[in-house]
Ligand binder design. Structure first.
Ligand code: GCW
Length: 725
């Protein structure tokens, strides 16, 4: 078979344009390796050929040749077939036919795994990238490019890798008017007005996803607009699906549970109603005629005002299953979110478990119950959700948030891999200890941080969270250190003088945020609605669990939420060994202390310090760390291009201010209750408490909850807070 021609001219023009260092090229920036290293590796790489018609393999060859042209400063040979330096791309089936002498063991690679091997073909040294599908070859090709970017030797390659989870999906909380709920990177990437016209950015987005193994994109906000299922929008969705397909990215949509009423004009969305069942089936059938590899639906039901099965006195499983049944014949998936809570008196941290645990085993096989990493809501730190490990008869997916809703938006540097690995590695002790969250889940979903900003994610360092999500969804055992190192070298350069300090900054950055925002297990101390900045005093929302005061339970006697037997007893939702550990103020990991315990300000901690002193020490540690990160960045000036250097300097300046603001406002408020002096060596807040309490923003990025029409929302009585109150 002839290898298919590659369109270098196009690729070259694409890469040539990308000279300016404005962050747009992400980690796929393909800057030349030092001449000696390039010459050394060039011996093994003359050019890639695709031995397949599969669009993903054709795309892989194009990417590879574009990448090595830039990285190795060569003109790749498109007609390299079967001579030295060929990089052979094809599935095992393609290659069996073409190279009967090659014995490549692709068993065990599954549908998306890959094998990269140095082999001799007709005595010529070549490199083979193969797998059982076009997707495997695509991921293998990006892995090989990564090897080159990292300056690894291509001499004797033997790399096998398979993804841990089959579904690795980004959830875009993008509205159809191009605002993004909790988005800090400009308007939505999806330009619904001009679609089905395809913008190059969609393709570059898909390239970036593929490079880290992300294989699904939920295009719209989970607070879904029913219009997404209208023929006008579906034609646009189909165009996007076509654009993303060569990069292995399937599209999914968020749908409103009440769509049968709003779109189908039925009288009800009751999941047990035969007309409703038929409507979902015919909707799915027509969608799959349009998009044969459509991924499926995401549903946020009975949460924060969204309609759901409770409106008809049905369970969450009834709701999920009616949609799952419609998708099943097409191999589609329902991601059914477990993020439910309502205006009851029950501790919000308990509500999802209370609702879902009894339904274990009641969900169809193509339902994934999507659970946020913690029981509250993407806080800088929370313990893992007790649902992990405790729904053994149900597929459970882990949902994390890339966009920094509660972590300062696009301020400064906050690398989230340490937060996600903390959750992934938490031992559920279900059914016995030694069973971490990562081995209990079957999928990972990440709330995207991507918009149409030139640098995609609002700040250069937020790109690392996109990268890290993909890498961890592929291999949840990677360490934050390894991920940060890879990303830094590809994004900023291989010079060790920059790699070491940048990686060190990234790895400490999440703990620093926890320290200056919500130390020792505090959660949800943010200003209302937009969640930017501190407001631990805030107590005026009618929905109790939207108030910071609810979470801190602070008064003159002490601080913290009692989730032991004397309080809400949320600890009891965990498996006994975990429950036991969390229940004791002397056994609970200190980082979760105030999440589970209400303690006097003067309580002695295991360190010997009082709770009060320890709190202050944490705030100051966070502030100090951010100051140090700022100075570290200063010292990197000689190694960083001026444009991105200036951008990050600005981001860090804002973070330094933000850290002081959090520290001062929080201490001022706690001190108004505790009446205790600051420990020696710790400075008083710069302003009186009233100053911090008077800070209000009319507008901040990331906040636009679409107006919900009360008529459609309260479909039948029990539709969440806005209906209940
Ligand atoms: O944390 C909350 C956010 C909402 C979001 C919700 C959810 C999309 O503040 O903006 O809504 O979580 O996860 O559904």
């Amino acid at each position: 078979m002839r290898a298919f021609a590659l369109f270098f001219a196009l690729v070259f023009s694409l890469f040539a344009e990308a000279n300016a260092e404005d962050g747009h090229d992400l980690w796929l920036r393909y800057r030349p390796l030092p001449a000696a290293a390039a010459a050394r590796e060039h011996r093994y790489v003359e050019g890639a050929s695709a031995y397949s018609h599969d669009a993903r393999i054709v795309a892989a060859a194009r990417e590879f040749n574009g990448a090595v042209a830039a990285l190795l400063n060569i003109v790749p040979n498109a007609a390299i077939e079967q001579s030295a330096g060929e990089v052979i791309l094809g599935t095992s089936a393609d290659l069996k036919h073409e190279f009967p002498g090659l014995h490549l063991d692709t068993s065990g690679l599954g549908a998306e795994g890959y094998l990269i091997r140095s082999v001799a073909v007709n005595a010529n040294p070549t490199i083979v990238v193969t797998g059982n599908s076009g997707a495997g070859v695509l991921y293998g090709t990006f892995a090989l490019i990564r090897e080159i970017q990292l300056g690894h030797s291509l001499a004797n390659l033997s790399i096998r890798s398979t993804p841990r989870y089959a579904l690795r999906v980004l959830d875009h909380w993008d509205n159809l008017d191009r605002t993004i709920e909790r988005g800090y990177a400009g308007p939505s990437l999806w330009d619904w007005a001009t679609l089905p016209k395809i913008d190059q950015r969609y393709i570059d987005y898909a390239r970036a996803d593929a490079s880290v193994g992300i294989n699904g994109a939920v295009l719209n906000n989970v607070n879904a607009d029913p219009k997404i299922l209208s023929p006008e929008y579906l034609a646009k969705v189909a165009a996007l699906a076509n654009a993303l397909r060569p990069y292995g990215v399937r599209v999914y949509l968020s749908v409103r549970f009440s769509s049968p009423v709003e779109v189908g004009h039925l009288k009800t969305a009751d999941p047990m109603d035969p007309a409703v069942k038929a409507w979902w089936r015919s909707e799915a059938d027509s969608l799959y005629r349009l998009i044969p590899d459509f991924g499926g639906f995401v549903v946020k039901a009975n949460s924060e005002g969204e309609p759901g099965p409770w409106d008809y006195h049905r369970t969450q499983a009834d709701g999920a299953n009616v949609i799952a049944d419609a998708l099943a014949p097409h191999d589609g998936t329902v991601f059914w979110r477990a993020f439910v809570y309502s205006a009851t008196k029950e501790d919000r941290a308990k509500q999802a478990y209370d609702e879902f645990k009894p339904l274990d085993g009641h969900f169809r096989n193509n339902v994934i119950v999507q659970v946020k990493n913690g029981p509250i809501d993407f806080q800088p730190r929370e313990p893992f959700s007790p649902l992990f490990g405790q729904m053994p008869e149900t597929h459970v997916g882990l949902e994390v948030q890339l966009t920094r809703e509660y972590l300062g938006g696009d301020d400064g540097i906050v690398f989230l891999a340490p937060m996600w690995t903390e959750a992934l590695d938490s031992d559920t002790c279900s059914p016995r200890c030694g069973r971490p969250v990562k081995s209990t889940v079957t999928a990972m979903a990440g709330v995207a941080n991507i918009g149409s900003d030139r640098n995609w994610t609002g700040s250069n360092f937020n790109q690392a969270n996109w990268y890290a999500f993909g890498r961890l969804a592929w291999n949840p055992s990677l360490s934050p250190l390894q991920i940060a190192t890879e990303w830094t070298r590809m994004t900023w350069g291989n010079d060790p003088r920059l790699v070491k300090p940048v990686v060190a900054t990234m790895v400490n950055s999440r703990e620093a945020v926890v320290d200056y925002m919500t130390p020792l297990g505090l959660v949800h101390q943010f200003q209302n609605d937009h969640h930017y900045g501190p407001a631990p005093w805030s107590c005026n929302l009618s929905f109790p669990s939207w108030n910071p005061c609810y979470y801190n339970s602070a008064n003159s006697g002490g601080i913290g939420f009692d989730r032991t037997k004397t309080g809400s007893d949320a600890v009891d939702q965990y498996a006994p060994p975990v429950a036991h550990e969390f229940a004791g103020p002397n056994t609970v990991p200190e980082k979760y202390l105030l999440f589970f315990h209400h303690l006097p300000w003067t309580q002695r901690l295991r360190s010997g310090q009082s709770l009060w002193d320890s709190l202050i020490v944490h705030y100051d540690r966070g502030v100090a760390q951010v100051g140090e990160n700022r100075r570290t960045w200063n010292s990197l000036r000689p190694y960083i291009d001026p444009q991105r250097y200036a951008q990050v300097s600005n981001d860090l300046d804002r973070q330094v201010l933000e850290a002081w603001w959090w520290r001062d406002a929080s201490i001022a408020y706690w001190q108004s209750l505790s009446k205790l002096p600051l420990p020696p060596g710790h400075s008083s807040p710069a302003h009186p408490l009233s100053y911090y309490q008077s800070i209000h923003f009319d507008t901040v990025p990331g906040f636009k909850i679409p107006r919900i029409d009360a008529r459609t929302m309260c479909v039948a009585g029990r539709g969440g807070p806005k209906c209940a109150l």
